[in-house]
Design a protein around this ligand. Sequence first.
Ligand SMILES: NC(=O)c1ccc[n+]([C@@H]2O[C@H](COP(=O)([O-])OP(=O)(O)OC[C@H]3O[C@@H](n4cnc5c(N)ncnc54)[C@H](OP(=O)(O)O)[C@@H]3O)[C@@H](O)[C@H]2O)c1
Length: 255
Amino acid sequence: MRSRTLILAILAVVFDLSKRAAVVTGATGNIGQTVIRAYLGQGAHVVAPVRDANRGEALRSALGPLAGSDADPLLMVVSADPADRAAMDRVVERTLRAWGRLDIIANLVGGYAASEAAAGDLAAYRAAWDQKVATAVTATAACLVPMRARGHGRIVSVASLAALKGEKAAAGYAMANAALLRWTESLAEETKREGITANTVLPRIIDTAENRAALPKADPSRWASADEVAALIVFLSADEASGITGAAIPIVART
Ligand SMILES: NC(=O)c1ccc[n+]([C@@H]2O[C@H](COP(=O)([O-])OP(=O)(O)OC[C@H]3O[C@@H](n4cnc5c(N)ncnc54)[C@H](OP(=O)(O)O)[C@@H]3O)[C@@H](O)[C@H]2O)c1
């Protein structure tokens, strides 16, 4: 425990999440790993439902002492599909058993796949919806049960700027992100007297190794960094953000 206190001091806690437990989906991705590091750095306990156990184990190892120990885990990695309600109910149960609470869910599952509007490619559009919307909606619905029981919750989902305006050859991606945004607004309206907030963050392009490789001629210094996206998610997860709900916040560039 002393080493954890030391780590938190070194990381400079800005928002105190030490009494908070968070579920993070998409944990093995670029943003997922960065958000988990940031949550742990602010003192939160984190559970990560993953579909690939090996990638989950690699995530735990990469976090080192920040992930805690077997006797006192600060990060639990569990195999579960965020789009499977029964599996997510088990994740919720396990979180409550371990830490007695569940306060935050960060929905970070996603990925880009091109699909043309003119092609009317329903299979591609449905795949984008399954990946982005079904995961966030199902995982959040499971987490809402203990949030409503305690009268406290923070729901933060990563959509994309494409939620606001369709782009060429990105029809399924834009539709899925728009759906997530609108669903979040509805949820914010339904929960706004319950101590629960629901917001989306809308990156355009994030500075990741994959994006650098895919766009070798672009200037990555203009892109939002994963740390900047994570900082926004941490803020929206904090008690201090209690007045922000139903918001869709673009994070599009380094200025
Ligand atoms: N990177 C960008 O430039 C950018 C820009 C705008 C918005 N975003 C959004 O930001 C979020 C995170 O992006 P990222 O860069 O971290 O992506 P990433 O590195 O590709 O990670 C995606 C994550 O989602 C998981 N995942 C994908 N499909 C899934 C499914 N059907 N069921 C369960 N898990 C699934 C992946 O799990 P596995 O490890 O098992 O594959 C991984 O953990 C995404 O929602 C993305 O759409 C990203």
